[in-house]
Design a protein around this ligand. Structure first.
Ligand SMILES: *[C@@H]1O[C@H](CO)[C@@H](O)[C@H](O)[C@H]1NC(C)=O
Ligand SMILES: *[C@@H]1O[C@H](CO)[C@@H](O)[C@H](O)[C@H]1NC(C)=O
Ligand SMILES: *[C@@H]1O[C@H](CO)[C@@H](O)[C@H](O)[C@H]1NC(C)=O
Ligand SMILES: *[C@@H]1O[C@H](CO)[C@@H](O)[C@H](O)[C@H]1NC(C)=O
Ligand SMILES: *[C@@H]1O[C@H](CO)[C@@H](O)[C@H](O)[C@H]1NC(C)=O
Length: 389
């Protein structure tokens, strides 16, 4: 690192001309040495699996060829981001075996919310590793890595040096479960909307705390069109039969957009408050929604129908998940099977996106075209965003 400090002082004119140069060599602009990720299943790379058991086969089949802690047939967006930045895939902080944190750590777990839930995983289906817990884990990680690095060469090669905590990209993809947890406990969209400011405050506070511990570069995904996901439509459409042309449940998407407007606003406020931070708000909602509204344009078919599941209109059954087995005359048979070609599907298991969808999203967010400020991923260390002038 080092070079980015100079880059941040560049004039606006220089910044624009840099953005127009080819993407080929701009890795040198920020050169992030590590990624620290906070989130839910959209970016879990093994956290929930480490504590509560692996997502079973056929998860991971398209890339890892075995379950790999992801709720996907292959890579999730944070995997693609790591690869775009030339970094290894992130180990989950909770994984105790085979991990290498030299270039970052992933604190995300499937089912995580920003706000701590008052139900257990079994009761509500949400992870106990909410964002406040992820932050505590991060603090422990930051301190303990330095203690252990001082001990020997093995730890030195497995753990990040202190300066990586300043130079790293801090990524966030969380909030979706804060919305669905309300719906699943029978709250109305009005009731859910009413607590969004609290969710956003707690998310902003986590960013403030990380900044206070030296973090400077933040890459923040907004939340997706939950009203297009089979697990939401299947469970909740009876309550709100209001669908759009793509078949998505409009009220739930509207709430997601309210959340996103608030998030964008929060990020703008943090920009004023944290003078040394570069904060990028990334609109994954638009890209996710695009796959439902114009699937064939991007090589996808039948976007509302899950690839891996068991029957029904959406190939989704809340009681028979992806990879579910059944004992038939003494033989275990998979009844939650995957489709033949996950590469043309948008939804993997009724809740999560396929690797193909995640790749589509990453390729578009990487360029900066869906970000505020509109600068590419590899330049996300630049402050003084064009949009603030
Ligand atoms: C959990 O309970 C506390 C105390 O009653 C409350 O303040 C908080 O909002 C609750 N959290 C959620 C997610 O409902
Ligand atoms: C981390 O270490 C610093 C310095 O030793 C200490 O002041 C701080 O309390 C520690 N934080 C945590 C979360 O353990
Ligand atoms: C951890 O990963 C880094 C980067 O890939 C590598 O250089 C290092 O040798 C690895 N450490 C161990 C002990 O495998
Ligand atoms: C929500 O309402 C349904 C139908 O009335 C009921 O079966 C279910 O137990 C309720 N769930 C919660 C969490 O209150
Ligand atoms: C299970 O075994 C019974 C008795 O042999 C047989 O009638 C039935 O068709 C078998 N079921 C399946 C699904 O093979």
């Amino acid at each position: 690192m080092g070079s980015h400090m100079l880059m941040c002082g560049l004039t606006l004119t220089t910044l624009f001309s840099m953005i127009s140069v080819s993407m080929a060599d701009d890795k040198s602009v920020c050169n992030f040495p590590a990624i620290f990720n906070f989130g839910d299943s959209n970016s879990d790379t093994g956290g929930l699996s480490a504590a509560f058991g692996q997502a079973p086969p056929p998860h991971g089949e398209s890339y890892f060829h075995h379950p790999a802690g992801r709720y996907c047939d292959g890579r999730v967006i944070i995997d693609f981001i790591a690869q775009k930045l030339g970094l290894p895939l992130l180990s989950a902080y909770l994984d105790s075996v085979g991990t290498n944190f030299s270039h970052g750590a992933n604190f995300a777990t499937a089912g995580s919310t920003v706000r701590p839930q008052n139900t257990t995983l079994r009761q509500g289906g949400f992870s106990p590793i909410s964002l406040d817990v992820q932050f505590v884990e991060f603090c422990e990680f930051q301190n303990r890595t330095q203690t252990f690095r001082a001990q020997n060469e093995v730890f030195k090669s497995l753990l990040p040096p202190a300066e990586y905590f300043n130079d790293a990209l801090y990524t966030f993809d969380i909030g979706q479960n804060d919305l669905t947890s309300g719906y699943f406990s029978n709250m109305s969209v009005t009731e859910v909307k009413a607590y969004i400011p609290d969710v956003l405050l707690q998310l902003s506070n986590t960013i403030r705390y990380i900044y206070a511990r030296g973090g400077r570069y933040f890459w923040i995904h907004n939340t997706g069109p939950v009203g297009c996901l089979p697990y939401v439509i299947d469970r909740l459409l009876v309550r709100t039969p209001d669908v759009d042309a793509a078949g998505c449940a409009t009220p739930f998407n509207e709430v997601a957009q309210v959340f996103n407007e608030g998030l964008k606003q929060s990020v703008m406020e943090l920009r004023k408050e944290l003078p040394l931070a570069a904060l990028t708000y990334v609109d994954v909602y638009t890209l996710k929604y695009e796959m439902f509204t114009n699937p064939s344009k991007h090589g996808f078919v039948d976007p509302l129908r899950a690839c891996c599941g068991h029957g029904g209109k959406y190939n989704y059954n809340a009681n028979i998940g992806c990879g579910a087995m059944k004992n038939v005359n003494g033989t275990q048979i998979m009844i939650g099977k995957a489709c033949k070609d996950p590469g043309v599907k948008v939804i993997w298991d009724g809740v999560h996106f396929t690797q193909a969808a995640n790749k589509f999203i990453t390729e578009h967010i990487e360029t900066g075209a869906f970000s505020d400020p509109p600068i590419p991923l590899k330049m996300a260390c630049l402050r003084n965003p064009p949009t603030s002038h």
